[in-house]
Design a protein around this ligand. Structure first.
Ligand code: B3K
Ligand code: ZN
Length: 858
């Protein structure tokens, strides 16, 4: 497959002002007639031909200006037509089989309904079209089909006419907003809606619908409330008003990702729509709110202003992730949301940045664009824009985004357009800052903090590591929020923002008779790793006293990371180990006893760094050793703090169920305490967990208890797993949890369990949620995946090979887990690499998997 390069961009030689589509819908056969008006694009070189992208489709008829024509050729999958004049009308017919579409790109069938997924290049699987985001067109769509099978017919924009003809009915939809083909969507099926409305800031009433299958209606309230909150928030926070009279959301159970922001017709994975206390956890509720917000916010950051080409993906995704993060921060606990977002960044994006798949947030080349919907483009993209906001301040940043929306509304824009708008609107100089768009790799900031006379002296240096294709890096501007604490009073005289924009620099702060304690990268103001020699007592101090919640969390994490990394490397003698544990236990006790903390935040402070994050701190990780040390520390904490943890559990258990922050915090603590208990006294923990499981009146408590039980070989485990399955049989999203919990477990036989689950009658390779629930959960379980025998690696490689022909996009998403071989101890490293080579040697790989495997080996 060819490499596509950003620098090769040229505008398309033709404009397509209008697109008319006519669908005769059927599950096995759908006929598509498309009529495009095309005119020569004045901003591009004149061309006598027009290339229309296709993917696996054939034209059954081609007409130009109403007349059948032979003046076209097929070039691979594409249709190339010769045109004599500057303006024409092209009509093409295709016929497709949605039921055979297991890739879930283009038009496909999902439990009896028809739906589409076009981003990034799915539209070309429906009809021939210039399937690129810079070709904007106004769509009019007629859909017809059997009334009983497809009583509901939905498309983008507004419904303008309907009618029926015997058993068949039809609807015509018109979307007044010009859009690229990737934002096209249609849905046809037997659906019911929760209906509501929202009145915009200018008094326009918008009809809102959340469409689901018959039995799911009761589980849509949270989605609808989240949508209304999103609409209101975007008006308030960014001045953005919705621009159609109708907004539809449809939940689909077979979906490659979370959701899709098609204009006026968002299509969602059921996972991000359906929620009620009995079947959804607090985390699921937050997920629904966040994804509903994300897709809604795309209406401006993505749809009204779209991307010129797919290299600009972060223009819409990075910005929209930032917008959804800020929304969720405002709806719930701001510090806890910030901690969660940083955890995602460190867990998913940092490993990407330090591995063979590292790329900048605006990549330079790709073979398959689906492989670039990454944590880097999304989450690091959001961090980069967040840094601009931090440097500008909230008010000036808003002026920058207003400038962006004003200047580029209706256009297909670039990341450069965005940066320039922020620069002009916010009054910042972002010349050097643009390096964040082109350089990959997580910068390392080394801190040397000293004291001279009455000055605190902060020496900082930065290193942006080499990444594939980028050996030499330039220093980037790194905004760091800092505070200097007085050791005696535990206070500081104000947070400051410093910007490290050189390879190294020194910052001096006067008025310190005594050396203060440094709190740095507060709020995680820059997506970097901080490398510092810091005394354990200073970390203990910050973990207890820092008034920036993120920095406090960070101190707690650093305390544990420092200890566990040294322990895993075998660097700790008995005395050091005991001293380290003593400090951690002391800090943990202080957190438990601190009455000023709310329980959601307390839960964060009490959480251990993940095994993946620990591995990321080492150049050659031994997952087995990390696991042992981490479990041992857990056991030590649980043993030392037995009484405190029990008292905390009992207090938390008294709170009745509600969605309040207090009740959520209490639930988080209960399960966290069970996790600790399981490492210390498994049988006792099994009893406690079984009790929590049986008495649960909500999914958070029940799932938490079952999660702990799956790791403990006991009768309670078996009973709870059987009960859970029988209780929720037939509810796909909850059965997904049942698969996941077993695949994520700390049970010694987890590998055998996963193999057996793959043969379970409820397992299918056709449903991405189910595949992910078993195999993504397993690949993220270091204890199983990194089995010293290499069997975990083989299991994932087998999966990739089996899934690749069915759903390439989903298969390719498993490759990064196998790309970590360079960062493992030699034994596992060789075993992992062997599996990548086995995949690479397979005779027929998809473009998706081929690209990921060859980059991972390269
Ligand atoms: N824009 C879609 C992602 C489409 C991915 C296609 N492979 C969802 C989102 O980010 O909102
Ligand atoms: Zn998005």
């Amino acid at each position: 497959p060819p490499v596509i390069r950003r620098e090769d961009y040229t505008p398309f030689p033709w404009l397509v002002p209008e697109t008319r589509l006519d669908f005769e819908l059927g599950l096995e056969s759908t006929r598509v007639r498309s009529t495009l008006t095309v005119v020569h694009n004045n901003k591009a070189a004149r061309s006598p031909t027009i290339r229309l992208d296709g993917d696996g489709i054939k034209p059954t008829s081609v007409k130009v200006d109403g007349e059948p024509t032979q003046s076209f050729v097929m070039d691979g999958d594409d249709l190339v037509l010769t045109l004599s004049d500057d303006a024409h009308e092209i009509s093409i017919e295709t016929e497709i089989d949605p039921s055979a579409n297991s890739q879930l790109m283009g038009l496909y069938a999902s439990s009896g309904m028809l739906c589409t997924q076009c981003e990034a290049e799915g539209f070309r699987r429906i009809t021939f079209f210039p399937d690129r985001p810079d070709v904007l067109s106004t769509y009019t769509v007629r859909m017809s089909g059997p009334k009983d099978q497809f009583p509901i017919l939905l498309c983008n924009g507004n419904k303008v006419a309907t009618g029926e003809d015997g058993e068949t009915h039809w609807a015509e939809w018109h979307d007044p907003w010009p859009k690229p083909s990737y934002l096209f969507a249609l849905v046809a099926g037997d659906l019911v809606a929760r209906t509501d409305s929202f009145t915009t800031m200018n008094g326009r009433k918008v009809e809102l619908n959340v469409w689901v299958r018959e039995g799911d209606l009761e589980r849509t309230e949270h989605a609808m409330e989240s949508l209304k909150r999103s609409m209101e928030w975007d008006e308030e926070a960014f001045g953005r008003e919705y621009d159609l009279d109708l907004f539809n959301i449809v939940a689909v159970s077979d979906f490659n990702m979370g959701a899709m922001e098609n204009k006026g017709l968002n299509v969602f994975n059921t996972k991000y729509v359906l929620a009620d206390p009995e079947t959804a956890t607090d985390g699921d509720y937050d997920g629904v709110e966040g994804v509903i917000g994300h897709e809604y916010f795309h209406n401006w950051s993505g749809n009204r202003i779209t991307c010129r080409d797919w290299f600009q993906l972060s223009l819409k995704e990075g910005f929209t992730v930032l917008r959804d993060q800020l929304f969720s921060q405002d709806m719930g606990s701001e510090p806890v949301k910030r901690i969660e977002d940083v955890r995602v960044l460190r867990g998913a994006q940092f490993p990407e940045d330090s591995g063979p798949l590292a790329h900048s947030i605006r990549p330079d080349s790709y073979r398959e664009i689906s492989n670039f919907y990454t944590a880097t483009v999304y989450n690091k993209g959001a961090e980069v824009i967040r840094m601009m906001r931090t440097m500008a301040g909230e008010e000036a940043f808003r002026k920058g985004t207003d400038t962006y929306f004003d200047r580029h509304d209706g256009e297909a824009a670039t990341c450069e357009d965005f940066v320039k708008s922020i620069e002009d609107g916010a009054g910042l100089d972002l010349t050097q800052f643009r390096l964040w768009y082109s350089q990959a790799g997580t910068p390392k900031v080394s801190v040397d903090f000293g004291h001279e006379g009455d000055e605190a002296v902060l020496k900082l240096s930065q290193l942006v590591p080499a990444t594939p294709g980028q050996d030499e890096k330039k220093p980037m501007p790194i905004p760091l929020k800092i505070a200097l604490f007085d050791r005696e009073t535990g206070t500081h005289s104000g947070e400051q923002l410093i910007v490290l924009d050189k390879a190294s620099d020194t910052f001096r702060f006067g008025g310190f008779a005594q050396k203060p304690v440094l709190s740095i990268n507060r709020g995680f103001s820059a997506p970097v790793t901080i490398q510092r020699e810091i005394a354990r007592d200073e970390l203990v101090f910050l973990a207890a006293k820092d008034d920036d919640p993120f920095a406090r969390y960070e101190a707690m994490q650093d305390l544990m990371v420092g200890h566990l990394v040294a322990a895993s490397k075998g660097e700790l003698g008995d005395e050091d180990r005991a001293a380290g544990r003593k400090d951690i236990v002391g800090a943990m006790r202080a957190v438990i006893e601190d009455e000023a903390l709310d329980d959601l935040m307390r839960g964060e402070l009490m959480s251990m760094p993940s095994q993946t994050y620990l591995a990321e701190q080492m150049s050659e990780a031994d997952p087995g050793r990390i696991h042992e040390e981490r479990e041992a520390l857990k056991a030590a904490i649980a043993g030392e703090l037995q009484d405190e943890l029990h008292a905390l559990y009992d207090r938390a258990a008294e709170l009745p169920f509600s969605h309040s922050a207090e009740a959520k915090g209490a639930r988080k603590l209960k399960t966290l305490i069970l996790v600790y208990a399981a490492a210390h006294d498994p049988q006792k923990a099994a009893e406690l967990a079984a009790h929590q499981y049986e008495n649960a009146d909500n999914m958070t408590d029940r799932q938490g208890a079952l999660m702990v039980l799956t790791g403990i070989d006991s009768a309670e485990r078996t009973n709870a797993l059987i009960d859970f399955y029988n209780r929720y049989r037939g509810n796909a999203l909850v059965i997904d949890k049942w698969f996941s919990l077993q695949a994520m477990s700390l049970h010694p036989k987890v590998l055998e369990h996963v193999k057996a689950l793959a043969d379970h009658e409820d397992f299918t390779m056709k449903n991405p949620n189910r595949v992910r629930s078993l195999y993504m959960a397993f690949a993220a379980n270091p204890h199983g995946f990194h089995a010293a025998s290499g069997e975990g690696y083989k299991l994932i490689a087998d999966l990739i090979l089996e899934l690749d022909p069915i759903n390439a996009q989903t298969a390719a998403r498993f490759v990064p887990a196998l790309g970590r071989w360079r960062k493992l101890e030699p034994g596992r490293s060789a075993l992992m690499r062997e599996q990548l080579e086995r995949i690479a040697a397979a005779p027929k790989l998809s473009r998706d998997t081929f690209e990921q495997v060859s980059r991972s080996l390269g």
